[in-house]
Design a binder for this molecule. Sequence first.
Ligand SMILES: Nc1ccn([C@@H]2O[C@H](COP(=O)(O)O)[C@@H](O)[C@H]2O)c(=O)n1
Ligand SMILES: C[C@@]1(CO)OP(=O)(O)OP(=O)(O)OC[C@H]1O
Length: 167
Amino acid sequence: MIDPFSLRIGHGFDVHAFEPGDHLWIGGCRIPFERGFRAHSDGDVLLHAICDALLGGAGLGDIGRHFPDTDPTWSGADSRDLLRRVVVLLEQGGWRLVNVDATVIAQAPKLAPWITPMRESIAAAGGWSTEQVNVKATTSEKLGFTGRGEGIAAEAVAMLARTPRAD
Ligand SMILES: Nc1ccn([C@@H]2O[C@H](COP(=O)(O)O)[C@@H](O)[C@H]2O)c(=O)n1
Ligand SMILES: C[C@@]1(CO)OP(=O)(O)OP(=O)(O)OC[C@H]1O
């Protein structure tokens, strides 16, 4: 029987606007593109949504609380490193990932060729198997800020499990 107190879900959402540049970091992959992300870190919108889903599930707040965008430590940060740090926080609370499912909302670039590399990169950074990580992409049918090509959004949900304490 599933103990409801040993399972939690978390949700994450993030947006980054474009600025001049020649690549995007999404899901731990460097994707050549005609724009870059405006951000304090590398702007990896998908990893940020996943970090927030993990932190949310564990009741640990959000990414900005742990890695403030006012702190120069995180300037240009590799978001795979932020994810590793989030996983350590989860482990300290006894939480481990069951699975994460995420959606990137982008009119462009075409992300289908990057889905498998993103799953592999996210899984490697989190210390998970690729099967625990699902990534999807959708356009917003040219509607809204993503549809106008002003930026990219990502959403993620994560399920966490806590092993019962021995004592
Ligand atoms: N940036 C994107 C957006 C979508 N895809 C793939 O295209 C499929 C259809 O997208 P719709 O927005 O028309 O539903 C979607 O299911 C993705 O497989 C993509 O590769 N990159
Ligand atoms: C990742 C952090 C790191 O300072 O900054 P940004 O790259 O600006 O990303 P955002 O999702 O806007 O805020 C979260 C911050 O923790």
